[in-house]
Design a protein around this ligand. Structure first.
Ligand SMILES: [Zn+2]
Length: 353
């Protein structure tokens, strides 16, 4: 584990000047969004709707955290992004998705967002990132059939997080990547891509037995990657019908932190599959979580990222189907990412490395 530095340098743009870091500018949290995400529709009245992003955008624009957020819009470029998607999906799957009107455009722009976010954190344009994307991605894999309504992959088309992980490894030589999936549902697509790959650690906490029925704790990876998939379904098997509250979710993240330390897994990037369908108000999930719980959970992951990879976190929206609850939870998540309001610091200072 890399020891924590004297100051939290991740919050700043830093340049080595002799034996000193010249800290010249506080970095913001990137907020990746594209208008095309609002054009994608599964079917009228479907819970995975544009209303979700509209609610989040309005909440963040009027939030006190807005001053620490940098809005960034990136667009799909066939020459640039097709090879990146091909690192995860088959050609036939990609062709099928990109051919769907509006949905294909949004899915391509979502890939541009998450890979753009990887660029921005590795080049230190921003401190960390949240990608407010649609469609979501963690169920997406190569075997589903896309008919425009998408019954096969839980509202997902391209696996944004898996593509981001592979891109970070290829472009920035990220040797190890940690993927943390806190969506109410298990990310079966993401797990499938890295199940036998020890360079990517996949952690998922989700509702035991919920769609798509995968994510049993006995699934721990295979071959050289044995132990690099960590499924922590809730509620605990000994209380299968018990409620799942904030303390339960917080506990799973302390278990994760201890586990990473125990196996000495030190990632170069932390990716979050940030789903918010575990809120008490969500129409699809049945956990009893508050919106506020996503603040301390984010802080815990930031601590891990700070200790291991200079705070590099790219968070990507997955589920969450109560627009207002979703927006409040994302605000709590972003307040943590943007270190608001309790971690203000001078805009310029020098310190030894
Ligand atoms: Zn979900």
């Amino acid at each position: 584990m890399i020891p924590q530095r004297e100051i939290d340098v991740n919050a700043y743009h830093r340049r080595a000047v002799g034996n000193y870091f010249l800290v010249v500018m506080k970095l913001k949290t990137g907020y990746f969004f594209n208008e095309s995400f609002l054009q994608h529709e599964l079917e009228p009245g479907h819970p995975e709707s544009a209303e979700r992003l509209i609610a989040i955008n309005e909440r963040i624009r009027s939030s006190a955290v807005a001053g620490r957020i940098e809005w960034i819009s990136t667009s799909f470029d066939r020459n640039l992004h097709l090879p990146l998607i091909s690192a995860v999906h088959t050609g036939s799957h990609i062709d099928e998705v990109l051919a769907i009107p509006a949905t294909g455009r949004a899915a391509g722009d979502a890939v541009a967002a998450v890979t753009g976010a990887v660029d921005a954190v590795f080049t230190e344009r921003i401190a960390n990132a949240f990608c407010a994307v649609r469609p979501p991605g963690h169920h997406a894999h190569n075997d589903a059939h896309h008919d425009g309504i998408n019954q096969g992959e839980g509202f997902c088309f391209l696996n944004n997080v898996a593509i981001a992980a592979r891109y970070a490894q290829k472009k920035y030589h990220a040797i190890k990547v940690l993927i943390v999936d806190w969506d109410y549902h298990h990310g079966n697509g993401t797990e499938s891509y890295f199940y036998d790959d020890p360079s990517v650690f996949y952690f998922s906490t989700h509702r035991l037995g919920a769609y798509p029925g995968t994510g049993l704790p006995t699934r721990t990876g295979s071959g050289a990657a044995e132990g690099y998939t960590f499924n922590y379904p809730l509620p605990k098997p000994e209380y299968p019908f018990g409620p799942v509250e904030d303390a339960d979710l917080l506990f799973t993240f302390h278990v994760l932190a201890d586990h990473l330390e125990k196996i000495s897994f030190s990632p170069d990037l932390v990716l979050i599959s940030a789903g918010f369908d575990s809120l008490a108000c969500d129409p699809l999930g049945n956990f009893d979580l508050s919106e506020e719980v996503f603040h301390p959970i984010t802080k815990l992951l930031m601590k891990i990222a700070q200790q291991m990879c200079n705070g590099r976190i790219v968070s990507v929206l997955e589920g969450g189907y109560n627009p207002l609850g979703l927006a409040i939870a994302v605000e709590a998540h972003l307040q943590a990412l943007a270190r608001f309001p309790d971690e203000s610091a001078p805009s310029t200072r020098t310190t030894t490395p």
